[in-house]
Design a protein around this ligand. Sequence first.
Ligand code: SF4
Length: 311
Amino acid sequence: MKVGVPRALLYHRYGRFWEEFLAGLGAEVVVSRRTDKVLLQQGLSHVSGEICLPIKIMAGHIEELGGKIDVLFLPRLLWLEDRLYACPKMIGIVDIARMMFDGRLPICAPNIRGSFWWPHFRAGMELCHDPVRVVRALTRARRYIPAHDRAPDFPAGEKRVALLGHFYNLDDDFISRPMVDTLTGHGYRICTKDELPEKVLRNRQGFARKIRWVYERELYNAFRFLVDKVSGVCIIVSMGCGPDSLVAEFMREEAQQRDIPFLQLVIDEHSGTAGIVTRIEAFLELSERRHAGRSKIQDSRLQIGGQAAAA
Ligand code: SF4
């Protein structure tokens, strides 16, 4: 049986786990190709223009798999521990897939509500009907669940900036390549949230406790952890994403209070590489000055955030 896994959204965190799990069930796993313009165009034809870029990309990946597979594997994450929810658009992607295929393609969509393992066990049973095999497949695959228990080192004198954004944006080259290339091309080490230990990302102290979206809490906690260790903070926000824009605003205020250069890049399918590179270079100039300790940054919001918001 060919089981399709779209290379988008949660794939960028759980993809290796899913591939190993499904292969352990005896399935032939078909992963959609890497994001490109054609695939994005396919996605645009299935969802409203108002929706965020990651969901448009996901729709393209789903479309890409249709016709090549027997079953689409598309877990629906509702909430993880501490009742931290995924955003409604992410939850709704399974319904979008159902509308796209209108019953022509079976969809295996385990609902993750707090427990991660039980829904996967049931999905495994749906696909292979053998409990022993399902347990073995889960046991073998669980080593691919990403886990960091140590914070990275931050050597003195190193030039580094934080590049914050959802893992499905940063891990997708189609979205993040211009940012990553520009930052590293200027000699900066990039610090991201996904290299931080879980205990940092799941911290419930202070404002983080009030954030009820699972991945926004991670973003905010990563910001708090990194803000004093870097020369600047760049955050990638998807156009049309309510949770991102709200949490980014709090980060911006805190960065300003600490005189840390802050760049908010708002992305959608029209974002051009040239515009992104120009903004990052302006941001890096401020970061460079901060790194060198030459001047105090007074208002990065007006100089940088204003430009980005006007994109
Ligand atoms: S959190 Fe934002 S970017 Fe992510 S799926 Fe939801 S609306 Fe889109």
